[in-house]
Design a protein around this ligand. Structure first.
Ligand SMILES: NC(=O)c1ccc[n+]([C@@H]2O[C@H](COP(=O)([O-])OP(=O)(O)OC[C@H]3O[C@@H](n4cnc5c(N)ncnc54)[C@H](O)[C@@H]3O)[C@@H](O)[C@H]2O)c1
Length: 257
């Protein structure tokens, strides 16, 4: 079977970042029109330019996923431009800062939760009604290895990614008989700016040494490339995964959690 998203409209949050840009490019490559959402304007516009340079359609909308009005705004932009939303990649997140729980600043905890949990919740709250009206749609939330496993000094991020699984399972149950599937991808380390920032903050020696230690502990010996995670997200958004819903699918080079 061929994966073909011609005529479909996708919304991708965090579309200026590593995984978001990769999945936006992948969806566009197989025919989807893509609405790109990010707070980082330059990065989002760069993704739009990369898609447009291939002759395909994309539109960047600057929005903060943690703000209800801005989430409604990006949903409205997709509807006004293309009239439907078939695929929703609910992907934007922030890793926060690196502190033990007892030292973690309360305002930074709140910011992590606002982007990673409230942002995913708001995306579901405003995109699912569109899909319910269509009687069709697929949502992929970006969860994490951190949905199953704790990392020292990344408590709020870990808690937020556990919460993304709770939202994924709840949403899947609520729309399972309405033609809509909701899943999550749970990547191990992926070679993006987010991971590089985490490594730079965590390393006691050099970030390169830390990276070498970490990749050595991964069965296939390397981090994922963003495009590999994008392939799984596309699969979960496609009819090839028609009986998969409410799941968190791990992609991590062979580890078991
Ligand atoms: N990189 C990894 O190792 C890894 C592993 C597991 C899961 N993830 C998850 O993958 C997803 C994408 O991360 P990435 O690695 O591509 O990181 P990234 O930092 O490259 O991209 C994240 C994007 O989200 C955007 N963003 C942040 N806050 C926002 C907000 N409030 N509103 C709108 N956009 C906002 C950023 O501007 C950025 O472009 C995240 O959910 C992340 O938690 C990443």
């Amino acid at each position: 079977m061929k994966i073909d998203f011609s005529g479909q409209v996708a919304v991708v949050t965090g579309a200026g970042g590593g995984i978001g840009r990769a999945v936006a490019l992948a969806l566009s490559d197989i025919g989807a029109k893509v609405l790109l959402v990010d707070l980082a304007e330059e990065a989002g516009l760069e993704t739009q330019a990369q898609i447009e340079s291939t002759g395909k359609q994309a539109l960047f909308v600057k929005a903060d996923v943690s703000d209800p009005e801005q989430v409604q705004h990006y949903v409205n932009a997709a509807m006004q431009t293309w009239g439907r939303i078939d695929v929703f990649m609910n992907n934007a997140a922030w890793q926060g800062e690196i502190h033990s729980l007892i030292d973690y600043p309360v305002d930074v905890f709140d910011k992590v939760m606002n982007i990673n949990v409230r942002g995913v919740f708001l995306g579901l709250k405003y995109v699912l009604p569109v899909m319910l009206a269509q009687g069709r749609g697929a949502v992929v939330n970006t969860a994490s290895l951190g949905s199953f496993l704790a990392t020292r000094k990344l408590g709020p991020y870990t808690a937020s990614k556990h919460a993304v699984m709770g939202l994924t399972k709840t949403a899947a149950l609520e729309v399972a008989r309405k033609g809509i599937r909701v899943n999550a991808v749970c990547p191990g380390p992926v070679d993006t700016d987010m991971l590089r920032d985490i490594e730079a903050s965590q390393a006691s020696g050099s970030a390169e040494q830390l990276r070498a230690q970490r990749t050595a502990s991964i069965p296939d010996g390397r981090y994922a490339e963003p495009a590999e995670v994008a392939n799984l997200m596309v699969y979960l958004a496609s009819d090839l995964s028609s009986h998969i819903t409410g799941q968190g699918i791990q992609i991590n080079g062979g580890s078991h959690y």
